[in-house]
Design a protein around this ligand. Structure first.
Ligand code: TRP
Length: 340
C-alpha cells in the first residue's frame, strides 16, 4: 500500500533525539528525504533534547552537547533554514503544557501496549523501573506533532505506533471538546525500507552498537570503516565463489552507487568467484569518500562559527513558538479554561 503523496498543503514535523551526531543510516533513512521535502511543503525539524532526557538523566551533558552536533548534521547535508524550521524542543514550553493535558486522555494500559515502548523497555533492561517520562514519551510526541498541526510525519517503521497513538489522542481530544481542534497525521515511511545495516552486518546502524559511520567522519575513518566491513566470512580466497546476500559491501553499493549495471556485474563476478573483497571495498570506499567529503567540509565550516548556528536555532525556535502558542491557545479555549 503506498501512502498518498506529500503536497504543498501538508505540514511536516519530524526530528531526532540529540543523543549523538547523526550517521549514514540517518542520511539514508531520513535526511535525504527531508532535503527533498523542504521544497514540497512546510517542514519543522525538532532537536528532541527533552525527549532524549527521558532515558538520559545520567547523561545530561551528552544530550545538551549534541543539540549543536545534530544541527550541524542537518545544515551540512543541505537542510536549508530558509525552508525548514529547525528548533530546540526544550525551549518550547507549550509542548510540555499540551503534553500534560494529553496525558489525561491516555491510559497506563494503553502505554504499556505500545509495541515500540515494549521493545525499548526490553532493549534498555527497564521493567517496572522505567522512568515515567520515558513511558509517556509517545504522548509527548503527540504534543510535538499536533502543536504544529502536522499532517505528515516521516519516520522509520518502528515509529508507526507513535503515529497511531497520536491520532488516538487527536480523536479523543476533539471528542472531549466537541470541536475539530487537533489535526490527524499520517506516517511517511521510506519506501525502500531504507534501513542501512551497520558496518558489522547487524540489522541497524547505531552509534551505541559501535557499527556506524558518522556524517562528519574523516577520510581516514571512512577508510577504516570500509576495511572493517562485514562481507562473506566463507569467502576466503579470491577464486572462491562469494555470497552477496547479507554482504554489507554489496548492500551499501546498492544504496550508494548509481551505476546499477556496474554493481550487477560486480555481484555476478563475486558469486562466480575471482573477485576479491579488497577490490569491491576499494570501489565502495571511493563512492563513500565522494559522498561524505562535501558534507564533512560544510560541517567543518559551520562548526567554526557556532554562534551563527545557534542564531539559526534561535530564530527557528522563535518561529516554532509562535505556532505552538497558537495551538495551545486554541486547545485551552476549546476546553474553556481561558479565565482572564
Ligand atoms: N522519537 C524521535 C527519535 O527517536 C524524535 C521525535 C521526537 C520525533 N518527537 C517527534 C519524531 C515527533 C517525529 C515526530 O529520534
Amino acid at each position: 500500500m503506498s501512502a498518498p503523496a506529500v503536497t504543498s498543503n501538508d505540514i511536516i514535523l519530524t526530528g531526532d533525539r540529540t543523543t549523538g551526531p547523526l550517521h549514514l543510516g540517518h542520511f539514508v533513512g531520513s535526511l535525504q528525504n527531508r532535503v527533498r521535502l523542504q521544497d514540497v511543503c512546510k517542514q519543522y525539524l525538532l532537536l528532541a533534547d527533552a525527549q532524549a532526557l527521558t532515558d538520559n538523566m545520567g547523561n545530561i551533558a551528552k544530550v545538551r552537547d549534541n543539540v549543536i552536533q545534530v544541527a550541524l548534521d542537518y545544515l551540512a547535508v543541505g537542510i536549508d533554514p530558509a525552508k525548514s524550521t529547525i528548533f530546540i524542543q526544550s525551549l518550547v514550553p507549550e509542548l510540555t503544557e499540551l503534553f500534560s493535558y494529553y496525558l489525561n486522555l491516555v491510559t497506563v494500559a494503553r502505554l504499556e501496549r505500545n509495541p515500540t515502548i515494549k521493545d525499548e523497555i526490553k532493549l534498555r533492561g527497564f521493567e517496572r523501573d522505567i522512568p515515567a517520562g520515558f513511558m509517556t514519551y509517545p504522548v509527548a510526541q503527540a504534543a510535538d506533532i499536533t502543536a504544529f498541526k502536522a499532517t505528515v510525519v516521516p519516520v522509520g517503521a518502528d515509529q508507526i505506533p507513535m503515529i497511531e497513538q497520536t491520532n488516538e489522542v487527536v480523536r479523543k481530544f476533539n471528542a472531549s471538546v466537541d470541536a475539530e481542534i487537533l489535526v490527524e497525521c499520517r506516517a511517511l515511511v521510506p519506501e525502500n525500507g531504507s534501513r542501512l545495516p551497520g558496518i558489522d552486518g547487524k540489522a541497524k546502524m547505531s552509534k551505541s552498537l559501535g557499527n556506524s559511520l558518522t556524517l562528519g567522519a574523516s577520510a581516514d575513518e571512512i577508510s577504516k570503516a570500509v576495511k572493517m566491513m562485514y562481507t562473506d566470512p566463507n569467502h576466503l580466497r579470491v577464486a572462491d565463489p562469494g555470497q552477496v546476500e547479507g554482504n554489507v559491501v554489496f548492500t551499501y553499493l546498492d544504496v550508494f552507487d548509481t551505476d546499477i549495471e556496474k554493481v550487477a556485474e560486480f555481484k555476478a563476478h563475486y558469486q562466480r568467484g575471482g573477485l576479491g573483497d579488497s577490490v569491491i571495498k576499494r570501489y565502495l570506499e571511493e563512492r563513500l569518500q565522494a559522498l561524505l567529503e562535501p558534507i564533512r567540509t560544510r560541517r567543518e565550516a559551520l562548526a567554526a562559527d557556532p554562534a551563527a548556528v545557534m542564531e539559526i536555532l534561535r530564530q527557528g525556535t522563535d518561529k516554532a513558538r509562535e505556532q505552538t502558542a497558537a495551538t495551545l491557545d486554541a486547545v485551552k479555549r476549546a476546553m474553556g479554561i481561558v479565565y482572564f
